[in-house]
Write a protein that binds this ligand. Structure first.
Ligand code: F6R
Length: 241
């Protein structure tokens, strides 16, 4: 695990953006795995700023998001489809049909999971996956206890995750109980992984990921077994290392 520690969140976002842009320059048809949540929004802003200033192009890029809530319509402000359009896709030159997110409104959800997994494979797999981490060690929505050999699947969100994400909803009751997520094995298939970790609330998780045992009780610990992971963490997040 390679660690890049930065003095603050802005720097974390800038450094991660620079590395992503350099990968895109090297491979203009990169398959880029994306995450939602608070952590990558600064990174997305940096990518947008660079696109406007330097015309870095996404016209041949395909993106694959980690997860989506089940039962939230795509147009709903809380869907991850909406989140990604709002925070990134609308502001760069990526054709929307090259942006891929699991469909949490599919009639047959098991079929949708299989389709998504196969679809990524047919595209040649993910070159670079962006990840955040939950306080409980989840990556994607793979909560503690998820088997390391899991592929895209339906999960029940942990109560702590629903509480953490209720900040985006009107009330806790409005937070979906389930989501579709790429599995641990799907994530581990990415050729390269960038994990973004910011703030005091993630310090314990980062310490456990880097120094703890590799165990399904703490999903992110599997990253110790990946050959090409870079962790971008700010000062607050590295406080317990
Ligand atoms: C989001 C995702 C989650 C988040 C994690 C951290 O697509 O897969 O694993 O990365 O919950 O969320 P934030 O960044 O909001 O703290």
């Amino acid at each position: 695990l390679k660690l890049i520690s930065t003095s603050n969140y802005e720097e974390l976002s800038q450094e991660a953006a620079e590395e992503i842009i350099s990968r895109i320059k090297r491979n203009p048809s990169l398959n880029l795995g994306l995450a939602t949540g608070s952590t990558p929004t600064g990174l997305y802003q940096e990518l947008i700023r660079d696109h406007k200033q330097n015309q870095t192009s996404y016209k041949d890029i395909n993106t694959f998001n980690l997860d989506e809530y089940i039962g939230i319509p795509k147009k709903d402000h809380n869907s991850y489809h909406y989140f990604m359009c709002e925070h990134l896709f609308e502001h760069i030159d990526i054709p929307l049909d090259q942006t891929h997110i699991p469909d949490g409104t599919a009639k047959d959800l098991d079929k949708e999971c299989r389709r998504y997994e196969q679809f990524i494979e047919e595209h040649g797999g993910i070159d670079l996956q962006i990840l955040g981490i939950g306080q409980n060690g989840h990556i994607g929505f793979n909560e503690p206890g998820t088997p390391f050999d899991s592929r895209t699947h339906i999960i029940n969100l942990a109560e702590s995750t629903r509480k953490a994400n209720s900040r985006f909803f009107e009330s806790l009751e409005d937070v979906p109980k389930q989501a579709i997520t790429m599995g641990i094995a799907s994530i581990m298939d990415s050729k390269e992984i960038f994990l973004l970790v910011s703030g005091t609330s993630k310090a314990e998780a980062l310490a456990r990921l880097m120094n703890g045992d590799v165990s399904e009780h703490f999903p992110a610990s599997i990253l110790q077994n990946h050959r090409n992971v870079t962790i971008f963490a700010d000062k607050e997040a590295t406080a317990l290392l």
